[in-house]
Design a protein around this ligand. Structure first.
Ligand code: FAD
Length: 399
């Protein structure tokens, strides 16, 4: 369907060839490809922002942007690199800072010790994007708008039920009342009918929050519940400083700690070869289980700074910003099964991403559905979107 003759969708019960649930990297990449081909779609995103696990905060002090979700992709990941290049963002790619000594903070009995200059814990060679990965999300949204499909992207739209009709699918979603209506915090429920449904959201979160009718059979439900959401149980900390005192003292910023509260720390500074002034930061992952860090919320800032002082010295006690993003507390990312810190990257094995019993009209997409070692990563999100698009294209390509 071309942009010119797509249906006017001012009425409440709407139709689209494809409905995509989820406006993270995967859902938006699929929407972008559909828009390029002129296939009509509606994307529903529950949050007030696009990006999902991609989240960047802008420092009020320096205006620099730092990633609170993913930061890296790696050489050889051709799908994410290809998308970045296609969107003209390859000029923003830079490599992770890695000069200087890494540190291992060991829990040696009876007390802790710092081992400087250890090898094997640097993220040397990893790629980052200047301005944070949100640049990729912003570019996708811009391109979709330029292609004439901007109104097909809906924020604050939470899918609550998906129902298989005889030859179509009904997606029910809720939206908050607009401010102008002042009805008092309720939601409005609407329906949209489509030929193809793409679920580009963490599988476990969908199983927990979206009614699927007809219900999945017990074996399929059990299979899908094993699909762990990568990094969902983690909490990421960004600490910004005026000066890179750790670099000046010969440290790379890479730390592995058995003591914590951060179990892993790296340099998060912006790129030095860029026109904007460089901003300096460290980031870390908390090594404390979600339930425990909830109890310690009041003290976390103090514990984080104490650790940084222990490792890098007194200057670490004076950050200009300190932000903690707890992903386990976000039900649109982390389900009740994701309330732990994964100690290794799981490999998800899917029997099929096309839901049996739905006559091919429901496709599970999103990073966790990518097979092999890419699942859960940015590379997996783009790979899953490419595979989903191929399936949709073969069924819906305009003649
Ligand atoms: C702290 C952290 C660090 C990470 N580090 C890296 C890294 O360095 N490198 C890397 O490759 N990967 C990393 N990852 C993983 C990476 O973020 C993901 O692979 C990728 O962002 C997943 O994209 P996605 O679109 O598949 O899913 P998501 O980003 O989870 O997007 C799904 C979207 O669906 C929406 N949604 C959910 N339910 C509904 C509903 N009912 N209705 C409507 N919308 C809904 C959500 O709000 C969300 O926007 C990290 C993740 C985290 C959390």
């Amino acid at each position: 369907m071309s942009v010119e003759n797509r249906p006017d969708r001012s009425e409440k019960l709407a139709f689209a060839d494809v409905v995509i649930i989820g406006g993270g990297l995967s859902g938006l990449a699929t929407a972008y490809k559909l828009a390029k081909l002129g296939i009509d779609f509606q994307l529903l995103e529950a949050r007030e922002r696009f990006g999902g696990r991609i989240l960047t905060f802008e420092s009020a002090r320096s205006s620099a942007c730092f990633d609170l979700g993913p930061s890296w992709f790696w050489p050889g990941q051709e799908h994410i690199k290809g998308l970045i290049t296609e969107l003209g963002l390859d000029r923003l790619i830079y490599t992770q800072y890695s000069s200087g000594d890494a540190v291992f903070e060991a829990q040696d009995s009876p007390r802790a010790s710092l081992q400087r200059g250890v090898s094997g814990i640097s993220m040397e060679g990893s790629y980052r994007l200047q301005g944070g990965l949100i640049a990729l999300i912003d570019a996708l949204v811009n391109q979709i708008s330029l292609l004439g499909f901007g109104d097909r992207l809906s924020l604050c739209s939470t899918a609550v039920a998906v129902t298989k009709l005889s030859d179509k699918v009904r997606v029910s979603y809720s939206q908050p009342h607009s401010r102008g209506q002042s009805i008092g915090g309720g939601t409005i429920e609407s329906n949209i009918i489509c030929q193809q449904l793409v679920i580009a959201s963490p599988v476990r979160s969908v199983l927990e929050n979206v009614k699927i009718d007809p219900q999945l059979d017990t074996a399929r439900q059990a299979e899908l519940e094993t699909v762990a959401t990568w990094m969902a149980g983690h909490s990421k900390v960004v600490v910004e400083y005026k000066k890179p005192f750790w670099r000046e003292a010969g440290f790379s910023g890479d730390v592995i700690s058995q003591i914590g509260p951060m179990s892993e720390i790296h340099d998060a500074s912006s790129n030095s070869n860029h026109s904007e002034p460089q901003a300096f930061a460290l980031f870390g992952f908390l090594g404390i289980a979600p339930a425990v860090r909830k109890q310690q919320a009041e003290r976390l800032r103090e514990l984080i700074l104490a650790q940084l002082v222990r490792i890098f010295g007194d200057q670490a006690n004076s950050p200009i910003e300190l932000v903690i993003q707890d992903w386990a507390a976000e039900p649109l990312t982390a389900s009740k099964h994701d309330q732990f810190i994964a100690d290794h990257h799981p490999i998800n094995h899917w029997s099929t991403t096309i839901e049996p019993g739905w006559s091919g009209s429901l496709i599970w997409s999103g990073s966790e559905t990518a097979n092999g070692h890419t699942n859960g990563y940015l590379e997996g999100a783009v790979l899953a979107s490419n595979q989903t698009f191929q399936q949709l294209e073969s069924r819906l390509k305009p003649t």
